[in-house]
Structure formats: structure tokens, C-alpha cells
Design a protein around this ligand. Structure first.
Ligand SMILES: [Zn+2]
Length: 46
């Protein structure tokens, strides 16, 4: 219900980075000091 509204509120300046291993469409999860992929386990430091 409320989730649909949240998706439209995504701000363009905070673009998610896609996983270099999984390719476009798979995005890295943002953490305090790193980004990580939930699919393949790839992560990188910010
Ligand atoms: Zn990945």
C-alpha cells in the first residue's frame, strides 16, 4: 500500500550503483562504509 508511493519518491541524485558482476538491474545495497550485492556477495568500500 504505502510502498508504491515510496518508489516514486526516489531522488535522482542518489542513484544506486549496479553490481559489476551481476550486471545492470542488480543493485548494490548501501551501507555506512561499503556497498554490497545480495546476489553474488560482491562488495566494495566507499
Ligand atoms: Zn552481484
Amino acid at each position: 500500500m504505502a510502498e508504491e508511493k515510496k518508489e516514486k519518491k526516489i531522488k535522482p541524485y542518489k542513484q544506486k550503483k549496479s553490481c559489476p558482476k551481476c550486471g545492470p538491474g542488480v543493485y548494490l545495497a548501501e551501507h555506512k562504509d561499503r556497498r554490497s550485492c545480495g546476489k553474488c556477495g560482491y562488495y566494495e568500500k566507499i
